[in-house]
Ligand binder design. Sequence first.
Ligand SMILES: Nc1ncnc2c1ncn2[C@@H]1O[C@H](COP(=O)(O)OP(=O)(O)OP(=O)(O)O)[C@@H](O)[C@H]1O
Length: 298
Amino acid sequence: MTSVVTRPTSSNYDRLPEEVRTALSDRLQPTGLATPSQPPSPPTAEHKLPKQARRPAASGTTAQSSTKTRQTAPNRDVVVALQNVSKQYAKGKPALVDVNLQMHKGDFLFITGPSGAGKSTLLKLLYGQERPTSGEVIVEGTPISQLRGNQLAKVRRRIGVVFQDYKLIPRRTVAENVAFVLWAQGYSRKEIHRRLWPTLKMVGLQDKSESFPHELSGGEQQRVSIARAVVGTPPLLLADEPTGNLDPDNALQVIKILKKLNSIGITVVVTTHNEQLVRVSNHPVVQIKDCHLRHVRK
Ligand SMILES: Nc1ncnc2c1ncn2[C@@H]1O[C@H](COP(=O)(O)OP(=O)(O)OP(=O)(O)O)[C@@H](O)[C@H]1O
């Protein structure tokens, strides 16, 4: 396929809207533009993991909110864990109290709860945007609560994040929005193209690659943001209210894509207010209420 993308420069990165820069900052290579060695393959519907690497979605996720310390045994299969995590912002009452959560490779988890319950806070703790007041967050075996700078950025590049309000770069095409993160991490042009097209196809946007965000529907914009989150093949995908701005059909389509990604081995965490979506799915559900986490469906 011909190239429809142009490499951004540091000066045009500086001109990006503040919120887009913030959303992408964890993706950017802090120094140099080294091509990552042996990059994993991009996600495609056809992409299959070896059987032993898969895990039934409902079996692995464990969640509890308790006063007992629960150490996670070293386990290669655990993608992310919260251990006795509490979070209190500088102002106000506690957001989360003594939360334990463990997710294995291939799990899919819905997090529900009323507005202000702490759903976004939990996701921010998982990708290191917020630090726990006490307890520990472990991503692929690495405790992250004390990490800073390059070390934290390295962990965060292993996590794809989808936001309710998409956070796309307005003056960049669909292809450029998706490719941007790979450019910033120093991937070669060839590797970017190898990843870009199957990822756009996977979200059904191969025909919109040259469109700009304002030329897309809300559902399409959200699918661009999903493509951007997974084009680097992260083992963990966090989606914060990904269907919050969408009508029921588009919401279902987004959930279908997240399920497809989960079926190829990506661990997926989705926060949602949408009871209907949760009802029609058979994935595990936890609820945050009064700062505590509890299982609604295992
Ligand atoms: N940066 C912050 N500083 C102070 N308090 C905060 C901050 N971010 C969130 N909070 C508070 O923490 C609590 C949990 O907020 P959070 O955004 O995690 O809730 P939520 O469940 O995602 O809500 P919603 O469904 O409305 O998005 C709320 O009481 C909120 O006011």
